[in-house]
Design a binder for this molecule. Sequence first.
Ligand code: PEP
Ligand code: MG
Length: 588
Amino acid sequence: MPKTGFEPEVIYEGIPASPGIAIAPVHVIARGFSAPEVYEIEETEVAGEQERFRQAVELTKRQLIELQSRLEDLSGDNERGIFEAHVMMIEDRAVVERVLGAIASRLQNAEYAFYAVMQNFLEAMRRIPDPYLRERTSDIEDVAQRVLRNFSPDNDSRHLGPDDRHILVAYDLAPSDTASMNRRHVLGFATEQGSVNSHTAILARAFGIPAVVGLEGAVIDVIALAPAILDGYTGKLILHPTPETLERYRKLSDEKAQVRSSLEAKRGAATETIDGRAITVSGNIEIIDELPLVKRSGAKGIGLYRTEFLLLNGEEMPDENHQAEIYTRIAREMSPHSVIIRTLDAGGDKLPVEPLTEPEPNPFLGWRGIRVSLARPAMFREQIRAILRASAMGKVAVMFPMISGLSEVWRGKEMVRRCMDELDKEGVPFDHDMPVGVMIEVPAAAICADLLAPEVDFFSIGTNDLIQYTVAADRVNPHVAELYRPTHPSVIRLIKRTIDAANDNGIWTGICGEMAGDIRLTPLLIGLGVEELSVGPQQVPGVGQAIRSLSHAECAAMSDEALRHNRSQGVLDLSLNLARKRYGELLD
Ligand code: PEP
Ligand code: MG
């Protein structure tokens, strides 16, 4: 790593989204237009780089003038202004001077200095309240991309290539970016946007990639190639760490590795409390690549397969045969354990199943989950048939997302019955007793859990959504992250109410939201009476060990007290104190 020890240490604070420590140079990518290579230059190379910038601008200007005259030939005078404005943009003295200055002060190649200045400029424009000016950012991005293409590609060997191990810094990452990340090279990532419960963060945890989100200004402020430490435990990105900081983090990283390997030794051990209450620990998966991770984790099944991730990379939902193949593979590989396949939960912050004609004003309160499946019966039917076909090859259950009332359950079950009849007639084998469950993630469902319970075989509480809808705080909006509290008295009361309704009707309740993997809360959840915790593959061993360290009776007494508490922090403290007493060494 270049320049260690010469620059002052700088610490950026964000929100921890996936635990772990990464030590590597940072690689910055930004939105709008793609980042060029970055490499350091010597002071003697500054004038040459400044000249390369001037030539790229000149070439761009010639191209724009040429484009403008071609456009005038085609369309007369009307479009005349477009490229004129672009030429003015790249000749803007303020921009030119800042780029020349940045080359000299950053000692980085001309294209990267240009890129950094433009990002800064664009970011300022994006914050302008005037929508017209805000929209002009895409014009600037176009011109900037053109200038970048016009630099001569005379790379030298000092740039950070995609094959080098690095910490990725980006404005935002889509779940598809995270899923397709080369995990050998990306040791961790930090983003300006995002939140702990976004699907990007969920995937990072599944793959064990340390991540920090909500790092305001990171893309602009962070200098590419700087040596860095990403602390996914406390949410820090430390640039130019001092030798002492490096030493401290190396030690911490070793300690964590030791805890992990001692947990691994107990992988697969029964997950029973010391007074004999069995709690199933299963895994959540989004993509099939996670299957080996779940199997290795010692999980006793899959408690949530998020099938909407089949839509990743803009793909259409696979047809029935293709889906049946995927589900069968998962069922077979997890056998004899069970696999709960959730029907498509598209919409909201997730991928849409089809392009919407108009953007929804409130996507989270809009067309998502079971609502989409019920409105697209042909697609729903294919998915249910595929799930039923897989049920002949292993232990499979189906579960509906975003249930808000009884009629959705009836209509979902009606589709299951119809598909069963069809398959019977076709002589296709399936499990006639395949369990049908619902997610409890809308407050309406939790409040009416007593009405839903007689209709289904199990409940799985989706706390990610249940919390956001209960406290009316968007799960992916960092500005309201403070309000998004899993231990809010209203949330734990809804969980309790759901479990009581399930018990009264002889069905079981699990939790598959992120709360299930937070070992500070394991005492509370066990005390409230959950029977299954479905968590990210990396969290399985820790949750298992937490369960083995607790007594159900002690947890129940604590959670009774928690239910009488009037503050989120008080509830958290009660659970955390018990967790510390019983397995303090596992807590971060
Ligand atoms: C949840 O809402 O808690 C859940 C598990 O579903 P998702 O995170 O996929 O919305
Ligand atoms: Mg949900």
